[in-house]
Design a protein around this ligand. Structure first.
Ligand SMILES: [Zn+2]
Length: 974
């Protein structure tokens, strides 16, 4: 970046430049003189460029106005007057990230791309969207994204709308209800005390005029925070923003300051009822929590110190407070949460799966344990392990598929939003790790416990417990309210509502004009890269053991995967394989307590996990590989210690420790409950797949709903079954960890591999060779057509089926089809018209495809939309631009930037499935060449999938019951 060139830009004033050596970048903070816009540049060589614009948007009530506006700005603007530019961009750009997010005090609009032209396009559309949205010209946008009245078949008044439905889904799980009450309880007098996403009971109070006023007030450059990251011509971007947007605005005063919540003198107390699912044990979703409001605006070390402290108190297996609470048996699951993205951050300690009458005991245990931690000091080794753990994470900076620059941008907001001059306060954390190690010795962590928790009067006690009828009462209240509103409406009002609805339908049904769509900038087919991404696989051997090596520059980190083939495991033992995966490294070994074992792991690795995976074998329909994997990442020098711990865990784990095992299983059960509730679409999809494929069926048994049911059964008769369990665990341990099952997979340097092999051989020599029972991991498929009921307010609806069974091979065109379904056919019908929050589809190389809805108010209507998909596809047509758009979006999925660890992992999966580079290239060629007739030709794929008649739905019990004819069987989810 050329600083002289920046200084020459008179439209901006440079406030600060800073060397950000940890991320090899230069940071510059500027202000746009005329409009007052705040700009932060982080310039380095990262190709994955990021732009974001954020606004401070503190809501005054729970109408969700900030959230509805976040959705609505992306529904067309002055220069790009199409209905859904966001979707057009998802479908037709090479973005590596594209989203908009509403937080309790800000709204963030980020984009990222590795392609220069594409980056500029995305930035342009986003700037236009936030400053000149079409919301002023078209009320239908507000009605669609926010809320509107409509009439059901019987003529009853109903509320519908995208955000309205999204929040119905977001606020129905007991865990979400707790989170929300915690926020409200700690900040009753300011914006964190209301629901920024919108409370479905309050959303309909928002008027169109209030909505517009919110935009007028807060979406001004002076209230904005603009961020540019990566390898680009920063001066050119600044000039563009100034000329096209910022210079049109004069600086004004905007009162958007986030006030401080006045400290409490007395602890706040809140209790809330949540819905009780049919057949559900009320205890399972009863929560006790104690929550603390932490001081505002600390230095950067505090931000890391909090994570270290949390690790030692609550997050690490065996963390002192967690351990005390778990061992007391007061709750089945114990966890903490630390929300740092608030002006005054919040910290919570939660017990789940308990009873309300144990509140006093819970609070006493928390207090006594914290007091004793202050007195005796925390375990120094554990604090050191935590510091190592976070330092490894910080240096590795692996955020999966999320662009690094985006994460840094969000870090900036932690200080910038509350202090204009402090954009870079939280960068350069590297220097803090040394100081933290000093702090361990000086007792700083004990002082933190005293000040932040024990002597902190700003806290709340929030409890949540299920009660039968809560959901019914809510529904009755809603119906009653609708009835009352309907009756009080004058004829003129009714006419008004019908008119609004007609306008909305017309808006939704009228396609965008071709010339408007063409205003959106888009790449051409020629701009797309032709070559598929290579695989990095090199096959070696260690005696009769296969070694798969991925030579990549990992900066001194080794990524090791010890892969054990489960192809000879008898089907009846799969559940115990699932159990074993949970227990290893979580129970004591001969040399370590489980807490010290984890401390030791964190001192020598940057992550150590066990997993069970499946891989389809593409050459043979229905064939698959099932593996048990021991995965670790470590600094090369730590190899011997890491392998010693691995041997210790595999060969000396205390699988007879029934007391400890019960704690682990109770916690797992509770966590699975929470995930199955919020991720109902995963459950629906896995259930549908398990009715079609042995691979998915095995997966269900090891980690799905089948496994959950096994776990529940085991825990409910634990005393009688614990011995049999331990015997079984011992058996599967011997069935899995055998030399003939082993394969070694490694990502790193050649030298590191050479050092690894003798260590791996030593482990191999110790593996079990005794006679064990063998079999095949093949189970009867699940029945098709399953409805799974819960107490939620929405549905997740999945149809799946096999095209391969009907003789149709996998082709690259299917990637364009997925893009068409997700952002065109299903998007319009299931999301925009149907009101579901999301919709998705996918087609795998195993030959199975699916259609799926997410937080869907509908059920049979959605199934009907699925069934009409082949017909719509048979009539598909698009011009070159439209066709290319579908291809670009698919290419962008294929080319998502990957770090060395993901490149190696991708290569490993391809190897396991037998996918060759030639095939991958062929599929890419097919995708790039897709024409409308190819798309129409895919209608038979959809027909094939639907002809399997395989439906699985998760959702509201009353809704599923009222449409029970859809299902072969109807059961409670949990
Ligand atoms: Zn939303």
């Amino acid at each position: 970046m050329n600083l002289e060139e920046l200084k020459a830009l008179t439209a901006y004033e440079i406030l600060e430049t800073r060397d950000l050596s940890d991320i090899s970048a230069t940071g510059v903070l500027l202000r746009h003189r005329k409009s007052g816009a705040k700009v932060a540049l982080v310039s380095n060589e990262d190709d994955n460029k990021v732009f974001s614009i954020s606004f401070r948007t503190p809501p005054k009530d729970s109408t969700g106005v900030a959230h509805i506006l976040e959705h609505s700005t992306l529904c067309g603007s002055r220069a790009f007057p199409v209905k859904d530019p966001f979707v057009e961009l998802v479908k037709g750009s090479l973005n590596t990230f594209l989203n908009a997010i509403t937080y309790p005090d800000k709204t963030v609009y980020p984009i990222a791309s590795c392609n220069d032209k594409d980056f500029q396009n995305l930035m342009h559309v986003y700037l236009d969207a936030v400053f000149y949205p079409n919301v002023y010209r078209n009320e239908s946008i507000f009605r669609q994204e926010g809320w509107h009245y409509e009439f059901d078949d019987e003529g009853n008044l109903q509320v519908n709308g995208v955000v309205y439905n999204e929040m119905k889904g977001a606020l129905s799980a007991p865990d979400d209800i707790l989170d929300r009450e915690i926020m409200n309880s700690l900040y009753p007098d300011m914006c964190y005390g209301v629901e920024s996403g919108g409370d479905p009971e309050v959303i309909p109070e928002l008027t169109y005029e209030q909505f517009l006023e919110f935009h007028r007030t807060y979406y001004h450059p002076v209230n904005s925070y603009i961020y540019l990251y990566g390898d680009m011509d920063m001066a050119e971007k600044l000039r563009f923003m100034d000329e096209e947007y910022l210079s049109a605005f004069d600086r004004i005063e905007v009162d958007s300051e986030i006030p401080l919540q006045k400290p409490f003198t007395e602890t706040a107390r809140v209790h809330r009822d949540c819905p009780l699912g049919e057949g559900e044990d009320p205890e399972e979703n009863t929560f006790l929590s104690v929550n603390f409001c932490l001081p505002a605006h600390q230095n950067k070390k505090f931000y890391l110190a909090m994570r270290v402290l949390d690790y030692a108190l609550m997050s690490a297996p065996g963390a002192v407070l967690k351990r005390t609470l778990v061992e007391s048996g007061i709750a089945k699951d114990v966890y903490s949460s630390y929300d740092r993205l608030l002006r005054q951050p919040a910290y919570s300690i939660v017990g789940k799966g308990t009873t309300l009458d144990r509140e006093e005991e819970f609070l006493r245990l928390v207090r006594e344990t914290l007091e004793s931690a202050v007195e005796k000091g925390l375990d120094e080794e554990m604090l050191m392990a935590a510091i190592n753990h976070f330092e490894f994470q910080y240096r590795e900076a692996d955020f999966g598929s999320t662009p690094r620059g985006l994460m840094y941008g969000l870090d900036l907001m932690v200080s910038w939003l509350y202090a204009d001059e402090e954009a870079f306060a939280l960068t350069q954390l590297g220097e803090c790790f040394g100081e933290l190690r000093e702090d361990v010795k000086s007792g700083a962590f004990s002082r933190m416990i005293r000040e932040l928790f024990l002597q902190n009067p700003h806290k709340s006690i929030v409890t949540v417990s299920p009660r039968a009828g809560v959901e019914e009462e809510r529904e009755a209240r809603y119906k009653e309210r609708m009835k009352r509103i309907r009756e009080s409406m004058s004829e003129a009002e009714l006419v008004g509502i019908r008119k609004t609805l007609e306008d909305l339908r017309a808006f939704q049904e009228t396609p965008d004009a071709k010339e408007d769509l063409e205003k959106l900038p888009q790449l051409l087919r020629e701009d797309l890269k032709k070559e598929a991404r290579p695989f990095y696989n090199e096959e070696r051997s260690m005696g009769d053991t296969k070694v798969l090596f991925h030579e990549l520059d990992t900066h001194g980190i080794g990524y090791l995967r010890l892969v054990f083939d489960l192809g000879r495991i008898p089907a009846k033992d799969l559940k115990y394989v699932g159990l074993l995966k949970l227990l290893l490294a979580m129970v004591d070994t001969d040399s370590h307590d489980y807490d010290h074992l984890n401390t030791a792991l964190d001192l020598v690795t940057g992550g150590y996990t066990f997993g069970v995976s499946t891989y389809p074998v593409v050459a043979e329909a229905g064939a698959f590989k099932l593996t048990f994997e021991v995965r670790s990442k470590y600094l090369e020098g730590k190899l011997p210690e890491m392998m010693a711990l691995t041997r210790e865990i595999l060969f000396t784990s205390h699988l007879e420790d029934a007391v400890r095992i019960r704690e682990i299983l109770e916690e797992e059960k509770s966590e699975m409950q929470a995930t199955m509730f919020s991720a109902g679409h995963h459950v629906a999809m896995h259930r549908a797949y398990a009715a079609l494929s042995q691979e998915a069926r095995a997966d269900e048994e090891v980690s799905g709903l089948e496994f959950y049911r096994f776990l529940s059964g085991l825990l409910s008769a634990y005393e009688e079954r614990k011995e049999e369990m331990s015997t079984h665990l011992r058996e599967v341990l011997h069935q899995i960890f055998r030399p003939e099952n082993l394969m070694v997979d490694f990502i790193g340097s050649g030298k590191a591999l050479e050092e690894l092999l003798p260590e791996a051989q030593c482990l191999k020599d110790m593996l079990f060779t005794d006679a064990t029972e063998t079999g095949e991991p093949i189970l009867p498929l699940l029945p098709k057509g399953e409805g799974l009921m819960n107490s939620g307010q929405v549905q997740f609806v999945c149809r799946a089926g096999s095209f391969r069974k009907r003789g149709l091979p996998y082709t690259g065109h299917l990637m364009a089809l997925k893009n068409y379904l997700n952002y065109q056919y299903l998007w319009v019908n299931v999301r925009v018209v149907g009101g579901a929050y999301g919709c998705m589809s996918g087609f795998g190389r195993s030959g199975i495809g699916y259609l799926l809805s997410y937080r869907d108010p509908k059920l049979s209507e959605t199934v009907k939309i699925y069934e009409e998909a082949p017909k719509a596809l048979a009539e598909f047509d698009a011009d070159e631009r439209g066709m290319t758009q579908l291809i670009i979006g698919a290419v962008s999925d294929l080319d998502v930037p990957m770090n060395p660890a993901s490149l190696g992992s991708r290569s490993f999966s391809a190897h396991m499935s037998g996918i060759t580079y030639e095939e991958t290239q062929k599929n890419r060629d097919e995708l790039l060449s897709t024409q409308p007739e190819d798309m129409r030709g895919l209608a038979k794929y959809l027909e094939a999938i639907l002809s399997d008649q395989c439906l699985a739905a998760v959702g509201n019990a009353a809704k599923l019951q009222s449409e029970s004819a859809l299902f072969e069987r109807l059961e409670n989810l949990m």
